[in-house]
Design a protein around this ligand. Structure first.
Ligand code: IDC
Length: 519
């Protein structure tokens, strides 16, 4: 029998979503279903469907739990195909006789959510606990819950194994769908894994030599030590790559082939710019989320780090949409909690009449908390004046680990004064990430300012600072890396790259000049 360790290993692999015809990539259950299927714990039907809305029976749920927990069936039981597993679960104390009598009459009936949670918690997270006052407040229909299930349900909420429906209800006596069961299992398994593998905390170090760069499989989980981005082993890393343009306009360049092309040119990072306004996420949430997930999956499949950017721009104050950001990032952080690839950029460029202390910092605290409920991944935080006021962040940074602050520049507009500001902030101990810069002026046009761009990139290189260039698209503006009309679904040659693209891609390949061999 396969053991929990095998499952943990398999679930820790970040892969492409396997296709069940009725499991839409980017849906809330797609990744859990996929991981459970890849691990061999659940399977689809012969017609290629998964039937995510089908109800789970008691026998199905207990059997799955027994396999996950690695207990063997008790031999010599009654006729039912699952009787051996059910007997083993009963003997292990996962449930009581009266909840699922061994006589079998309830084996094929839908399992209630409260009983499913109890079994899962007893089997996979027996030590977990939840504080009554804190957790019960999260459950709108708590009065409906039988006291017999308090400890399991409160522990499940506290561990993040379940989080209630859209109205905040747990619905203890309702049935459970296959999709919901996969999500619960995946979450419980991840939690079990986390309790045995604590994330190492960053230590303060000064001016490290940059020694390592490369892919996710080489570097693993990222961490911030002092001002430096480091890999899982604590060695400094530098990430470099392209930013997408707005997903609502140029998502064809935020898909597998295009992102893979940048990896072929030497990028180990891709930034997914999901605009909030201008026809972006706030007006088309499902569609934009799916496009973002597709881009993330493409980057993962090429072993790249990937920044998910909440691209505020015309909407200058991120606090105006803090609730949407919290729920978006909370969910994504949960979906990708086992994936070292993800970096969360929570507010592209705050601007307008706003302040660090009153608007951006409290926004960042709230969204970071939503991410931290599920992930220790690196969080990138912007600052007022289009992420140039890093001196304000340096004077009053957030509390917490693995936080970095973004500085954005456009070589034709921003000169040495912004470099000086960056140096002061670094000296004050602020970790900095250039998640967006352009070879053009700040409006995305003009130039290309190659000399100024070279100066800037040399400046960043000397300091071990990671960057993303705006932008990977074929728009007729000088900051675009591709010539107008370039196809997104082919390998590119030198001829497909714009003047900006030729310069930036040469730097991705680690070349100091403009020479770039055609791929
Ligand atoms: C620009 C695009 C341009 C688009 C405009 C408004 O290049 O095609 O019409 O946004 O959506 C930023 C922003 C980034 C801007 C870029 C260039 O993060 O969205 O893209 N820029 O103006 N900050 C400074 C410059």
């Amino acid at each position: 029998m396969k053991k929990l360790g095998v499952l943990l290993f398999l679930l820790s692999l970040c892969g492409l979503l396997a296709g069940f015809s009725d499991v839409e990539a980017g849906s809330w259950y797609a990744r859990p279903v996929d991981e459970m299927a890849q691990a061999g714990w659940v399977s689809g039907y012969s017609d290629g469907t998964f039937r995510p809305n089908r109800t789970v029976s008691a026998a199905e749920f207990v059997t799955l739990t027994a396999r996950c927990a690695g207990i063997d069936p008790v031999q010599g039981q009654a006729e039912h195909w699952a009787a051996g597993d059910l007997e083993a679960a009963l003997q292990a104390g996962w449930y009581d006789w009266d909840e699922l009598p061994p006589t079998g009459e309830r084996f094929d009936q839908p399992i209630s959510r409260k009983l499913a949670v109890k079994i899962l918690m007893k089997a996979l997270l027996p030590q977990a606990q939840g504080d009554y006052v804190t957790q019960s407040q999260k459950i709108q229909d708590f009065v409906q819950l039988d006291g017999h299930y308090y400890s399991a349900v409160l522990a499940a909420y506290a561990s993040g194994v379940i989080s209630g429906d859209a109205e905040g209800n747990f619905r203890p006596d309702s049935s459970l769908t296959r999709a919901e069961a996969c999500v619960m299992f995946q979450q419980a398994v991840a939690k079990a894994k986390k309790t045995t593998q604590p994330v190492p905390g960053p230590e303060s170090i000064s001016k490290p030599a940059v020694s390592a760069a490369g892919s996710v499989s080489q570097n693993g989980w990222l961490q911030v030590k002092g001002t430096q981005l480091c890999n899982e082993a604590g060695e400094p890393v530098v990430l470099r790559g392209m930013s997408s343009h707005g997903l609502q306009w140029y998502s064809q360049f935020a898909q597998a082939q295009a992102i893979g092309n940048t990896a072929d040119f030497g990028a180990n990072l891709f930034r997914v710019a999901m605009y909030t306004e201008e026809g972006g996420y706030l007006s088309r949430p499902e569609e934009m989320r799916q496009r973002a997930v597709k881009a993330i999956e493409a980057a993962i499949s090429r072993d790249m780090y990937v920044i998910l950017d909440w691209h505020i721009l015309s909407d200058g104050n991120p606090m105006d949409r803090v609730a949407e950001a919290e729920s978006f990032f909370g969910e994504i952080a949960w979906l990708y909690r086992d994936c070292p690839n993800l970096i969360y950029e929570i507010c592209n460029e705050p601007n307008g009449n706003i302040s660090w202390a009153e608007d951006v910092k409290p926004y960042a605290q709230r969204v970071a908390a939503a991410i931290r409920a599920n992930s220790q991944g690196v969080i990138l935080i912007g600052s007022p004046t289009w992420s140039q006021d890093i001196h304000l962040a340096a004077a009053a940074p957030l509390e917490g680990e693995n936080l970095m602050y973004t500085l954005h520049f456009y070589a034709g507009t921003h000169g040495s004064w912004l470099q000086d500001r960056m140096d002061s902030a670094l000296s004050a101990g602020l970790p900095i990430f250039v998640s967006e810069w352009g070879t053009s002026q700040a409006d995305g046009s003009g130039g290309v300012f190659v000399k100024e761009s070279e100066d800037w990139l040399d400046f960043l290189e000397e300091r071990g600072i990671s960057w993303c260039n705006w932008s990977l698209c074929d728009k007729a503006e000088s900051s675009a890396a591709l010539r107008p009309g370039t196809a997104s679904d082919v390998l590119w040659t030198q001829e497909d790259l714009s003047e900006s693209g030729q310069f930036v891609f040469s730097r991705l390949r680690g070349e100091g000049d403009l020479a770039l061999e055609a791929k």
